[in-house]
Design a protein around this ligand. Structure first.
Ligand code: TXA
Ligand code: MG
Length: 344
């Protein structure tokens, strides 16, 4: 299959002819990847069962893992969820458009069954990326979109990431700027009260509780029964073996061979990187979580492209409200392997 590319970095290309073409492809059940502020999504018409089936095939994704439906405005909600509570509306008003998805009770009959993976709930998000938002407004279709990567690969934050994984497997890719946030959205399960964070993201527990105090259940980490089906799969792993290093306070032993080893650390840790090793800046300093979120997947993608890197160490942040999301992704990418700086 030939994958068509629309370069929407060039504003002139966001024109009627291109929008019409994109709308027709979606209407005919085609797959087009589109930018969002979190990561690029692989979009299809959420009402079309065949189209959604193609998403699972193109990604190699298990079909019990439900998708997020992306909307442009609140009017669309009435079709696929039962009555929204005032509390949920308050949260949506505060955080949308933005990097948070809400799991809500599913109203049957409008969306296709496959999009919710057979569950009686549905995840919905209103993204803020100007290009993604323009597409959603103009095509006027509820777009189901998982991250636009092959299953098990790091999520895509640039056009090139999508292209490398999915060229030839999907109908098209809308090219735009790198995703600003860089981590997938927070997923908040609102099918019961108190709500639960099914996947941490840049909208944090404290930010949500700041709006509605006490609305989120205490964290229970039950790995046997993940709330978001997607959390049970191996995710975000680069092929290059990755280890988390924590409490790095000095240069690692000079006795060891550090050639072909990368250190992914905040810039102010550069002095601890052994001379032969490669330094990859993760963010400005250990408090620059926004920078680390933005850069993480880009770095994981680069690791595998660089044949001079055989293994890598990545900075382990102390876990707090702001670092929960990035440490969730880093832990998975590193298969939960952690070393202490003094043991290097
Ligand atoms: O930022 C994002 O959320 C990106 C962009 C494209 O919007 N999308 C994304 O989709 O990350 P995906 O499919 O890679 O991850 C969706 C997550 C999965 O962990 C899935 O299991 C969970 O949301 N999920 C979706 N619907 C659900 C539901 N009804 N109940 C529980 N979990 C759900
Ligand atoms: Mg994903």
């Amino acid at each position: 299959m030939e994958t068509k590319i629309w370069d929407f970095n060039n504003q002139n290309n966001i024109n009627d002819a291109n929008i019409k073409e994109i709308t027709e492809i979606y209407n005919q059940g085609g797959l087009i990847a589109l930018p969002t502020e979190t990561v690029y999504g692989l979009g299809a018409d959420a009402r079309n069962d065949e189209a959604i089936k193609k998403i699972y095939e193109a990604k190699g994704r298990p079909s019990d893992n439900p998708l997020i439906v992306h909307i442009y405005d609140m009017k669309q909600m009435q079709y696929f969820t039962t009555k929204l509570t005032e509390d949920i509306k308050i949260l949506m008003k505060h955080f949308w458009p933005g990097p948070i998805s809400f799991i809500l009770p599913l109203k049957q009959g409008y969306l296709c069954d496959r999009v919710s993976g057979g569950l009686d709930s549905i995840a919905v998000r209103m993204p803020s990326h100007p290009v993604g938002r323009a597409i959603l407004e103009k095509v006027h279709i509820p777009i189901a979109a998982p991250s636009a990567n092959l299953s098990g690969r790091p999520s895509p934050t640039t056009f090139e990431h999508v292209f490398n994984d999915l060229d030839g497997r999907i109908d098209g890719i809308i090219k735009a700027e790198q995703s600003e946030e860089g981590l997938e959205s927070t997923v908040l399960d609102c099918t019961q009260y108190p709500y639960r964070i099914a996947r941490p993201g840049s909208v944090t527990r404290q930010m949500i509780e700041g709006i509605l105090p006490g609305c989120i259940e205490e964290a229970v980490l039950d790995t046997e029964k993940p709330i978001a089906p997607g959390m049970k799969y191996k995710h975000y792993s680069p092929d290059t073996p990755l280890t988390i290093v924590q409490h790095l306070t000095r240069q690692p032993s000079i006795e060891k061979d550090w050639s072909q080893v990368a250190f992914i650390l905040p810039k102010d840790y550069e002095t601890f990187v052994p001379k032969q090793a490669k330094f990859i800046p993760l963010c400005n300093n250990e408090n620059d979580i926004k920078g680390a979120n933005h850069n993480l997947y880009q770095i994981l993608h680069e690791l595998d492209k660089n044949d001079d890197i055989q293994r890598a160490y990545i900075y382990g942040f102390d876990i707090n409200d702001q670092t929960t999301a990035i440490m969730n992704r880093i832990m998975k990418a590193a298969s939960h392997i952690i070393v202490e700086g003094e043991d290097l």
